[in-house]
Design a protein around this ligand. Structure first.
Ligand code: NAD
Length: 515
């Protein structure tokens, strides 16, 4: 790997942030500046300072990257299954051996604590490992003698060039969800990562080059809406995988499909955890704290609402706030439990929801604003926050806050909880905590949500199942990775074949029937 590239753009130590270092695009197997003079700030969220810049591509930059990818795609689609497998295995080995380096980049630009960054990488690698099984996953089917002397079989072929547009909150895992499967299936990729934490994408692109991926098969184009629109409008980009907020997911889905592309666009979330009175309240409190405040609540599968049945609500809230008192918020390199938010603007928005909830009649049990941190006071901090009796009419209940703010809504029982979950706009994840198997079974049958946990607060499916929500959490038919991933990144052909002999002769204009 070209280590100089990474050290040019990524300061792993927090001692000398350089606001002028630039994260370049990665095109044709090397860093590329493009023609744009537009750049964006990349912050060190634990310090609240700009640590480097990132290029913002023009439409012409995107066109160039797509041309490079189109050229490379022609050879890559013909690369043997064995060769593609070898690249995926080698990439897995490189990331595994150097995961601390990648984790340090994640902590530096995103802010999540190092242990969480390593967890993100591990969950991304799980999909790389799944993609190593591409020989099995791209197999077609064969039916012999569908009619006398006639066979039918299917082929799965790559689409060509595909675009991946990813969010800030998982700068390594979400790109791995998609590019592993897309590359394994024989496609060339343009990755447009979040402009807020762009360096992980370049690190992974360099690792893929080192793993033997031919130049131009995976390219990284940095930027904002201009770069995204360039991908959505380019006729050579055959499919788009997007993950981000719901309004942008909807826009990407509508624009991409209008331009004739396959699109899977994963959106935002508001995940509820329903706690029934028979649940083990200590385990439920542990789960609520882990799933509510891990990664400072900046996870699409974070629990943001606890639905507590009245009879146990006080006890549960006591247990949750007791655990919150023991969490340490601060710099992700210092062994803290929770890091900062991604930007100052996002910190302010998250903090404003605490006022909104209070104005709407909720009671703030633990207020994380102004928390003392183990880190630079200028970082983008909001500590773990717990709000009780949040009215379901409040924007603090309805909106995705995407921060360390856990709301409690008190309910009478299962039916009321189910109705609340099912009447929400999102349908990403949910969890039920109970020891009643019948209630859990009813819940999995009745809840209108794509990913369900039974006593599991963050039910992210393993790589050989697929990840995706319902309603405003996913636009399109295909979920991420797993069997859906390989279907999304391949097109199926059905071949009907016979080897002619004299018995097949003669004229007959009727619709072919089986004999
Ligand atoms: P975002 O929607 O702001 O950005 C996502 C991507 O879209 C980025 O690459 C960004 O550059 C691009 N983008 C932003 N504004 C755009 C515009 N106007 N036009 C075109 N492109 C634009 O999301 P984010 O803040 O980076 O990520 C957080 C969101 O992602 C949350 O809503 C979270 O729930 C969601 N998310 C969902 C999942 C899931 O699997 N459903 C996973 C992770 C994150």
């Amino acid at each position: 790997m070209e280590r100089t590239t990474m050290t040019d753009t990524t300061t792993l130590e927090r001692t000398t942030p350089s606001a002028t270092a630039i994260v370049e695009h990665w095109v044709g197997g090397r860093p590329w500046a493009g023609e744009s003079d537009r750049t964006g700030d990349v912050f060190d969220p634990a310090r609240g300072v700009v640590q480097r810049q990132v290029r913002f591509a023009t439409a012409a930059d995107v066109d160039h990257a797509v041309d490079v990818a189109t050229d490379a795609a022609a050879a890559w689609r013909s690369a043997s299954i064995a060769k593609r497998q070898q690249v995926m295995f080698a990439f897995r080995e490189i990331v595994n051996a150097r995961k601390d380096e990648l984790a340090a980049i994640l902590t530096s630009e995103h802010g999540k604590v190092l242990s969480d960054a390593l967890g993100e990488i591990a969950r991304g690698l799980e999909v790389v490992e799944f993609a190593c099984g591409l020989g099995h996953l791209t197999k077609g089917a064969y039916s012999e003698n569908v009619s006398t002397g006639i066979d039918v079989y299917t082929l799965r072929q790559p689409l060509g060039v595909v675009g991946i547009i990813s969010p800030f909150n998982f700068p390594a895992m979400v790109p791995m969800w998609f590019f592993s499967v897309a590359l394994a299936a024989g496609n060339a990729v343009i990755l447009k990562p979040s402009e807020k934490d762009p360096s992980a994408a370049n690190w992974m692109a360099a690792a893929l080059t080192e793993a033997g991926l031919p130049d131009g098969v995976l390219n990284v184009v940095h930027g904002d809406k201009v770069a995204v629109d360039g991908l959505l409008e380019h006729p050579e980009v055959k499919a788009i995988s997007f993950v981000g907020s719901t309004p942008i997911a909807r826009y990407v889905y509508e624009t991409g499909t209008r331009n004739g592309k396959r699109v899977q666009a994963l959106g935002g979330a508001k995940n509820h955890m329903l706690v029934l009175p028979d649940a083990d309240l200590d385990l439920a409190a542990d789960a609520a704290v882990n799933a509510g405040f891990g990664s400072a609540g900046e996870r699409c599968m974070a629990i943001s609402v606890v639905l507590a049945v009245d009879t146990v609500a006080d006890a549960l809230i006591d247990k949750i706030s007791d655990r919150m008192g023991r969490l340490r918020t601060g710099d992700g390199t210092r062994g803290c439990d929770m890091g900062p938010l991604i930007t100052g603007a996002h910190r302010d928005k998250v903090a404003s929801y605490v006022d909104v909830a209070a104005e709407d009649g909720a009671s703030v049990v633990v207020d994380g604003r102004g928390i003392e941190v183990d880190g630079d006071p200028n970082g983008f901090w909001v500590g773990p926050t717990l709000i009780d009796r949040v009215p379901t009419t409040s924007a603090a209940y309805r909106d995705e806050i995407f921060g360390p703010v856990l709301s409690v809504v008190r309910i009478e029982g299962y039916e009321e909880g189910l109705d609340l979950i099912n009447s929400g706009a999102f349908g990403n994840g949910t969890a039920i905590f109970t020891n009643d198997g019948g209630a859990a079974r009813r819940f999995q049958n009745e809840v209108q949500v794509g990913m369900i946990g039974i006593n599991v607060p963050i039910p992210v499916p393993v790589a050989y199942h697929s990840f995706g929500g319902w309603k405003a959490s996913l636009f399109g038919d295909a979920k991420a990775y797993g069997p859906h991933g390989f279907e999304f990144f391949t097109a199926e052909k059905a071949v009907t074949s016979r080897w002619l002999d004299p018995s097949h002769g003669g004229i007959n204009l009727g619709f072919p029937q089986h004999t």
